[in-house]
Design a protein around this ligand. Structure first.
Ligand SMILES: [Zn+2]
Length: 296
């Protein structure tokens, strides 16, 4: 009887935690302006609430990354003794989710999330302006991507257009300083706790890598908004992004692992080999690297 009560309590707690998580998990784009519609409560929290307590990235189907693609290999020169930088080697995170600083932020396969932060001093050295359409005309930072990602996104946009799903860029690179001032403005307005629910802490936004871009249909509607999901462009991306080296970084139903609700518009360049594997096996980067779920 006591045991049963305990179990019930546990289940109840898990569900409450899951609901709490679902409510605090928001736009990975880390900017209220650019991801505004994702902040409003949507039916998705229920979905993630049911999956979050049980889903574990280390379960079953996840493959063992090969030595050449493992972040342990790419992120450090001393793979055996570096739990700080290697997601694969990360120990169980502290209960309050202490953030680790990434040692090799320039790695194309770098894992950036709420628990793995870019150093505040990191600035990619090879940012360029990809030759693609954007939803705005100014030649500003948020058009930029790192060279390899820029070349790949040009090819991806050409492929999408050829298949009748023309795209436009919404927002790509964002500097640490920009993310910091955005976040600080939100903290001033709403307090740190609330700000964290809709804006990424500086260092933890993938946009700071220069390898991520938010896209939308060429009509510019549903830019970084939930209504982009299910459009022909979003469906094309689900099918083809991997061929060009990109992944949908925050897939549907994986919020308990990535820490973010479904963002069909947020693409992350990882290179074609990894991207194709992640896409075909329906994984997240966290699962690919066998790292712990990002629950906060
Ligand atoms: Zn984004």
């Amino acid at each position: 009887m006591k045991g049963l009560m305990k179990t019930n309590m546990k289940i109840k707690m898990n569900v409450s935690i899951a609901i709490l998580l679902a409510l605090t998990i928001v736009a990975g784009c880390g900017s209220k302006n650019e991801g505004a519609s994702t902040i409003t409560p949507s039916p998705t929290p229920t979905a993630s609430a049911t999956t979050s307590p049980t889903v574990s990235p280390s379960v079953g189907t996840t493959p063992t990354p090969s030595a050449t693609t493992s972040p342990a290999a790419t992120a450090t020169v001393k793979p055996s003794s570096n739990p700080v930088t290697s997601p694969a080697a990360s120990p169980t995170p502290t209960k309050n989710g202490a953030i680790q600083v990434i040692a090799k932020p320039e790695s194309i396969t770098v894992l950036v999330n709420k628990m793995n932060s870019l150093p505040s001093s990191y600035e990619p050295t090879d940012l360029v302006y990809p030759n693609i359409a954007f939803t705005f005309s100014e030649k500003i930072d948020k058009r930029k991507m790192r060279q390899v990602a820029a070349t790949a996104i040009e090819k991806l946009f050409a492929g999408a257009a050829k298949d009748g799903a023309p795209l436009a860029g919404v927002s790509a690179y964002r500097s640490y300083a920009t993310q910091k001032s955005l976040f600080e403005a939100y903290v001033k307005k709403d307090g740190e706790e609330k700000a964290k629910t809709y804006s990424a802490v500086p260092g933890t936004s993938e946009h700071e890598t220069g390898l991520a871009i938010d896209v939308t249909g060429s009509n510019g509607k549903c830019a970084a908004a939930d209504c982009f999901g299910g459009t022909k462009e979003a469906i094309w991306l689900e099918k083809h992004a991997g061929e060009y080296g990109f992944i949908i970084r925050y897939p549907q139903g994986k919020a308990a692992i990535t820490g973010y609700q479904y963002e069909p518009w947020h693409l992350r360049y990882v290179g074609a080999d990894i991207a194709k594997e992640i896409q075909s096996k329906n994984l997240t980067m966290e699962e690919y690297y066998h790292t712990v779920p990002v629950s906060k």
